[in-house]
Ligand binder design. Structure first.
Ligand SMILES: [Ca+2]
Length: 183
């Protein structure tokens, strides 16, 4: 064996060891998400099924503030006369599908915008609504969130410390975002 080959093999073994040890938590999510059904009803790549009648896509390369992210969904995506919005989430099953769609394109777990935002508050009474107009009945906030810090945090990001956990932040922050549309 020539020295260069020996070094190459050592490097390869080292890389395999590193990726094995570093990937343990994500391998579980890879396994959990491997059967996420693709969405056949909408044009373009990267769309996955959401619940019974929607499709979703994680737009991971463009960072926008909350308002512009919602506009990116409403102004550029529609299907059969339905307009897309930032994703609304109504059950654990839907939450899992959103997490998997994000994880497939960004295993590093950046925070993403979802469609929940504060629409009314008086003292400790905080009312949140989904931008698509559906009823807000399901929450998955992280511990001690939402905290409405400095009375400035009115928009909801997900993946706060762990996949799928929500946090209220300043709407001017820029985040990648998840759009969903009826099909
Ligand atoms: Ca917060």
């Amino acid at each position: 064996m020539r020295p260069a080959e020996g070094i190459a093999i050592l490097l390869l073994v080292g890389m395999m060891f590193m990726s094995d040890s570093a990937a343990a938590p994500t391998t579980t999510l890879d396994e959990f998400c491997k059967n996420l059904p693709k969405c056949e009803g909408i044009a373009g790549e990267g769309w996955f099924r959401l619940g019974e009648g929607r499709c979703l896509k994680a737009f991971h390369t463009t960072y926008l503030n909350f308002e512009d992210a919602e506009k990116a969904c409403t102004q550029h995506i529609s299907h059969n006369n339905f307009t897309a919005h930032l994703v609304s989430i109504h059950s654990k099953a839907e939450l899992d599908q959103v997490v998997c769609a994000m994880h497939k394109v960004t295993p590093g777990r950046p925070p993403y915008w979802i469609g929940l935002h504060l629409t009314f508050y008086v003292e400790n009474n905080l009312i949140y609504d989904w931008t698509d107009g559906t009823q807000h009945m399901f929450d998955n906030f992280a511990y001690n969130q939402p905290n409405f810090f400095n009375e400035e945090e009115k928009c909801i990001e997900t993946n706060y410390y762990s996949w799928g956990r929500w946090n209220d932040v300043n709407c001017a922050f820029t985040r990648p975002y998840v759009c969903a549309v009826k099909v």
